[in-house]
Design a protein around this ligand. Sequence first.
Ligand code: WT7
Length: 662
Amino acid sequence: MTEQNGTIESHPVHHGEVAETYPPNAEFKAQARVNDPSVYWRAAQDPEGYWADEATNLQWTKPFTEILDWSNPPFAKWFADGELNVSVNCLDRHVAAGLGDRVAIHFEGEPGDARSITYAELTHEVKRAANMLTSLGVTAGDRVALYMPMIPETVISMLAVARLGAAHSVVFGGFSAESLRARIDDAEAELVITADGGYRKSRVSALKPTVDDALALHGGGSTVQKVLVVERTKNDVTMEPGRDLWWHEEITAYDGDHEAQGFPAENPLFILYTSGTTGKPKGILHTSGGYLTQVSTTHRNVFDLKPETDVYWCTADIGWITGHSYVVYGPLANGATQVIYEGTPETPTWGRWWEIIQKYGVSIFYTAPTAIRSFMKIGRQVPEQYDLSSIRVLGSVGEPINPEAWRWYREVIGAGSAPIVDTWWQTETGAMMIAPLPGLTHLKPGSAQAPLPGISATVADDDGNPVSNGQGGLLVVQRPWPAMVRTIWGDDERFKETYWEKFGDRYFAGDGARLDEDGDLWLLGRVDDVMNVSGHRLSTAEIESALIENHAVAESAVVGADDPTTGQAVVAFCVLKESYLTDHVNTEGLDQELRVFVGKQIGAIARPRNVYIVAELPKTRSGKIMRRLLKDIAEGKEIGDTSTLADTMVMSTIQDQVIGKK
Ligand code: WT7
C-alpha cells in the first residue's frame, strides 16, 4: 500500500467487493502519538515487556517485579506483587503534577444545567465521599452497588469505592427491579448508591423507587444495609428510616482529607454483569493494575490523546463497560478533559449532541454505530447547522460499523478527514483489543483491522488452527492481556467453560471473524445465542425465561433479527397455554402486553420489537428449537434447510401466522 495524502486507494477484498482504504494524512501522522510502525513488531517480540513498560506510566505505591503469572490458566495475574491505588492514579497524581486546575468533567445535564469540575475539585469530592463511605462501613474487599443516572456523583462514587479498595457493581439505570435485585444478591452488596432520578427524554426517570422495589422482592431480606441517595430530580421518594440516607445531608460532615492506601494489583476493582447464553447474567470481575494499564494505554494511543488540548467525549452510559473503561478509568488516568452528558441524543432536538460538541470544542468523539445510523435517518442537515471543526478523531464501538455509516460519519461529522477508529472489545476484555492506530493504519470502512500492540488475536477454524487470509472462522485471543476478565464472580467453573473450554488456554470471544486478503480483521457478529441490540448485549435465553413467567405463555423462542438501525432487534415467538386459550378466544393485543411484560421483567432495552403468537415452534426430532429458521422468518428471508425438523409443515404454519400479523 502506498501512502497517498487524503486520497482513496481501492483494491478488491473478497467476493468481488471493493473496500477503499484511507491512509492517515501527512499532517495527522506527523503529530500523532504513535506513528512508528515498528511498535507492532517490538511489542510482538516481548508482549509482557511492552505491558510492563506501559504499567510504569502509572503511580505504584509498591513497584511490581512480576509481570504475568499464567501458572494456573485461565486465572491470570498481572503485576501481582505491585501495589497501587486506582483512585489516586485518576486524581491525586494529576493534582500533584500541577494539573489541578484542568477541567476533568464538563457535565451537561439534559435540562441544560451545566457544571465544569476540575481535577482538584474532583479529587476533593472523591476524598469526602471516601470518608463518608468509610463511616458507612465500606472497607477493602466489600461490594457496593450503584444504580445511577449519568451525573458527576456516579463518577465520584466509583472512584470513592475504588479508593477504599472495595469493588463497585454498577447496574445500568434502565434495568428493572428484578434485574437490579439479582445483581445485588449475586455480589452480596451491603450498600446501594442511587439517585432520586435522572432526566431522560425531557422527563424524570425515577431510580430510587426501583431500588425500593428491588429490596422489597423475595420477602424483603437482602444483604443491603444502607441506601445512599443523590438528589437530582426532586421527584417524590420515600426514605426508609435507618436504611436510606441523602447524600447531600451526609456529605456535609466530611472534609477533603483522605490519605489513600495502596492495594495489590489484583485487588478487585469492579464487577459488571453481562448477558451470556443462559438466563443468568455473568458477573465479570476486573481487577486493578492490569486493567488500569490497558485502559489508559489504549485510550491514549487509539484516540491519539493530547490531554493538554483535547476535549474528549464518549457517549456511552456509565452502566456499561464502555462507560467504565472510556468514561471513568481510561480518560481520568490520562488526565483528560471530557464531556459527560446526562440525556438522550434527541432531547430537546436531534441537534443536541452537535450543539454540545460545538459548545465544548470536542476534539475526540466516541459513539456507537446504532447512534450514527439514527442520525443518518434524520439527515445531515441537522449536524450541518453546527460547527464541528474541533473534531479530529472519531471512534466507534459496540458492533460492526457498516461501511455506509462509516462514510457518513467521516464525511458529515469528521469533515471528510477525521480518522475513524473502529474498536473491537468486550465487557470481558475490559479494554480495546482490535482497533486501528490513527497515525499509522490505512483505514478500511467496516473493519476493526488489527490487534493492538501487545495483543495477540487471530481467526481460527473450529479445531483452533489459524485460518489463512481470505477465510473466516472464530475470533481467538492467544495470550493473556492485562485488562482481561479474572473470573465470573463466584463461579470459576462457568468462567472456564464459557471462555476456555473450546481452545484450551486461548480465549474464545464468542464472535465470528474473517481475515481479508491483506490480513485485516472483520468482525462478523456473535456465534452464540447472544444478541447485539444497539451495541448492547442481550441473551435470548434470558428473554425467553422472562416470557414464560407470563401466565399466558407456555413456550417461547427469541431471536436477534437484522435491523437497519439497531443492528439486531429482539423478535419473540410465543406458544400460548391451553388454559389461557380456553379463557381467551381473542388474543388481540397480547403481543403488545408481552412486549411491555419483558420490559418490566428485565428492562426496557430487552423489550422485543415484535412478539408473534404461534401455534408451535420448529423443533428437531430431539426437541431442540431451531432458532435459525425463526430468524429467517423474522428477517422476511426465504426459509433455510428444514430437513431436520420433526414436523416440516410447522414452518409454513408459523409463516402464515406471522404474515397475518405484519
Ligand atoms: C460484543 C461485546 C465493547 C463495549 C461495548 C459492547 C460486539 C463490540 C465491536 C466492534 C464488531 C463489536 C462483539 C462483542 N462488538 N465492538 N467494534 N465491531 N463487533 O460490549 O456488551 O461486552 O459486547 O459486542 O460481538 O463480542 P459487550
